[in-house]
Write a protein that binds this ligand. Structure first.
Ligand SMILES: *Cc1c(COP(=O)(O)O)cnc(C)c1O
Length: 429
């Protein structure tokens, strides 16, 4: 069920899954199996040669995991993709078919702290590199792209500050440069915005967050629009030229819009092995069923809490893009008209000390390194998620020492505000 005329909430419940052909099971079964019996030797050979699509081994594909990929692909308007063991695995998998030693990715300086570390440090071990730029400075983005750049990377609603990226403008720059725009849509989810409708080629997710939605799973996804012409230049030989790692198959020529997806499975998952497990996929499928309902409440609560905090004299500022005071307000109205997400930072009067006190005084909020849970969550990025960054990078990433990051849950909003009220009183006493 991936009929494009169906609405978002219908797709969230039905896309990618049919009643189980063997048993009629209505819910997607957890296919807890490593391997799949071949009909005969010829069938096995056809599967290995990609002449026939089917299940071989669960490091590559698994029916529960495929249902999840197809469901989220339907929600994002993608033709295909892969599910991975975490959001960070998905980022490496997204870059893998594009990059080679000496290549770089131009990335927003406002990213999840772990992504900044992955891109600034760890990918250098592959002789890949990242160039961080303020993606609101379009001239700087263009200037950072050179002949070795293979992708432009940003977050729709940047963690932790809640800044909204101008996806349309960035997609145009990427298009002119002949490279794909990769958008991390974790904090927005396809309910708020579908980056491919704004020109993105690839979307990555940490399924750990809103897609699963209840803090039970670590997972990730890479989705492909199927629209990028990998053969337009010689920049993407893994897709446009015979791939030595898959007995000389030319993926783009043989598989057209599914080239990126098949390369990600047949080479990426096969050799990097960062596969999602069927249990995790099942939990995430359960979460996705209620994504629209939850996001509606998340953004409604976030708007109310942000307005309440902004009006409070114990608070210096709130970075929520749904507030008229935000420099990103107009852009949020255009890119995420249904709401500016449910993640933002709050600067508390009293700086670092007051932030630490606030975090420890809250009762309803959980102090955790996570976001996108049904529960309201809080963290002090400077001492935790972003602690690998130096002072300058902290400020650039929107994680200065005087701010806390809040992920607003789906509880009764009056209870969320009451908890913040009593904790602010203690923090600023
Ligand atoms: C959490 C997160 C990630 C990393 O995902 P994991 O599932 O924790 O590996 C990447 N991007 C954003 C925006 C995130 O919030």
């Amino acid at each position: 069920m991936t009929d494009k005329t169906l609405g978002f909430d219908t797709l969230a419940v039905h896309a990618g899954a049919e009643p189980d052909p063997a048993t009629g099971a209505r819910q997607v079964p957890i296919y807890q199996t490593t391997a799949y019996v071949f009909r005969d030797a010829a069938h096995a050979a056809r599967l290995f040669n990609l002449e026939e699509v089917g299940y071989i081994y669960s490091r590559l594909t698994n029916p529960t995991v495929s249902a999840l990929v197809n469901r989220v692909a339907a929600l994002e308007g993608a033709v295909g993709g892969v599910a991975c063991s975490s959001g960070h695995a998905a980022q490496i998998m997204a870059l893998f078919p594009l990059m080679a030693p000496g290549c770089n990715v131009v990335a927003s300086s406002r990213l999840y702290g772990g992504t900044i570390t992955q891109f600034s440090q760890t990918i250098r071990r592959f002789d890949w590199s990242a160039r961080f730029v303020d993606t609101d400075d379009l001239a700087a983005v263009e200037a950072a792209i050179d002949e070795n750049t293979r992708a432009l990377f940003c977050e729709t609603i940047a963690n932790p500050g809640g800044y909204v990226s101008d996806l349309d403008a960035l997609a145009k720059i990427a298009e002119r440069a002949g490279i794909p725009l990769i958008v991390d849509n974790t904090t927005a989810t396809p309910w708020l915005v579908r980056p491919m409708e704004h020109g993105a080629t690839l979307v990555v997710h940490s399924a750990t967050k809103y897609l699963t939605g209840n803090g039970t799973v670590t997972g990730g996804l890479v989705l492909d629009s199927g629209k990028f012409d990998w053969s337009a230049s010689d920049k993407f030989p893994s897709l446009s030229q015979p791939e030595p790692a898959y007995h000389g198959l030319t993926f783009h020529k043989a598989l057209g819009p599914m080239a990126y997806t098949f390369h990600s499975i047949a080479v990426g998952l096969r050799d990097l092995g960062m596969t999602m497990n069927p249990q995790g996929a099942h939990y995430t499928l359960m979460g996705v069923e209620t994504l629209g309902l939850r996001m509606e409440r998340h953004v409604k609560n976030a708007q109310a809490v942000a307005e309440w905090l902004e009006a409070d004299p114990r608070v210096d500022f709130v970075t929520y893009a749904g507030l008229k005071s935000s420099p990103w307000y107009e852009r949020a109205q255009r890119i995420t008209p249904k709401g500016a997400g449910a993640l933002f930072t709050v600067a508390v009067k009293g700086g670092y000390e007051a932030c630490v006190k606030l975090v420890s005084s809250l009762k309803l909020f959980s102090h955790v390194a996570n976001l996108g849970d049904t529960r309201s969550l809080i963290i002090h990025p400077a001492s935790t998620t972003h602690s690998q960054l130096d002072e300058e990078a902290l400020v650039k990433a929107g994680a200065a020492p005087n701010v806390v990051r809040i992920s607003i849950g789906i509880e009764d909003v009056a209870d969320i505000i009451a908890d913040l009220d009593q904790a602010l009183a203690q923090a600023t006493a």
